[in-house]
Design a protein around this ligand. Sequence first.
Ligand code: PLP
Length: 393
Amino acid sequence: MNENKVIYLDHASTTPILPSVYEKMKPWLDGSLIGNPSSIHSAGKQARNAIEHARYLVATMIGAKPEEIFFTSGGTESDNLALQGFAAMSVGSNFVVSGIEHDAILSQIVPLWDRYRVEMIQGRVTPDGEISIDDLRLILRSGRVSLVSVMLANNETGVVQPIREVAELCRQHGAALHTDAVQAVGHMGVNVDELGVDMLSLSGHKFGAPDGVGALYIRKGVQHKVKPIMWGGWQERGKRSGTENVAAIVGLGAAAEWTIENLQRQTEIYQSWKDKFLGILREELCEYIPVNGRGDILPNILNISIRGVQSEALLLMMDADNVYISAGSACSAGSPDPSHVLVAMGMSNEEANCAVRISFGHSNTDSEVETAAKLFAKNVRRIRSMYQNGFTL
Ligand code: PLP
């Protein structure tokens, strides 16, 4: 048992608010600052200025122009605005997505068809965890594809997708490109022009801002092709009506500022923790531990399968030791099915059920990583000996 304290290694699900972010949000929460950004009095103007400063910071973080950033309630809403909004202006066309997208994308298959007669085609994925470029090329050649949506980095494996190649294919076939960058932002350099994307979703609670705030980047020349999905007071230039959540948007801007200043240093720290965790496991268990996914992987996410050890049993034992890790994404954690991401990569249900995700964040320390890795190895040994004595979950 880890007597000391909780060790939280599930930052890809959600990560705590950064102290500097909280400080900037506080006056908007405790009543020191107040104002509806649509009001024309001074308090309103102050709120408007705070929002526009946050917009500038978010735009700077991803190499966009402020007028290309639309604030939303998070990744799910950004993904819905991107796909549903685009579908409303391209009725009867086809969309292509990868088979490893988050449910915020994949779950739109039925409403896209029902409302706009837009068919969502799922592209194949390689065993390394990347979208298959060859398959995507074939689908695009078939014509009628108006939009491709491929995530920038996967939420379960952390595998970074070949977005530049996808963008080049889209350009050749006249399709627009959306990327769900919810896991990538704050953990790798993101520049919309270098990536060649037309739309990009991001979410605050994955990189030190609060939950319930995010943004959709829409390239200037594409904005007329995205219809709002909510109607009201014309906020966010009509793309997303509803009084702005000033405190949360200020927090998003502050997290963007922190990212601009600290990304390089922080990603090096995450990579060293990942190497350390894996090194300790390999040494303690004296075996090769395969990493799920290959190639370019986010530094903060480690997805591994422990031979013969079901993730559920391991998670419960780690929980009893006050160490929190995950078996795939939090959103699908209640589901008895194996991860659709790992299955799409060609893993058997049995292998997928042995996969766990450890994800590091700004609040972790070196010694937490070491303690957690040792407890992890101890619990693997314990479960294996329980299996030998006839235990089943
Ligand atoms: N897209 C990806 C890749 C995610 O990992 C998540 C959340 O886990 C989402 C979208 C949804 O974002 P939000 O929780 O902000 O709605």
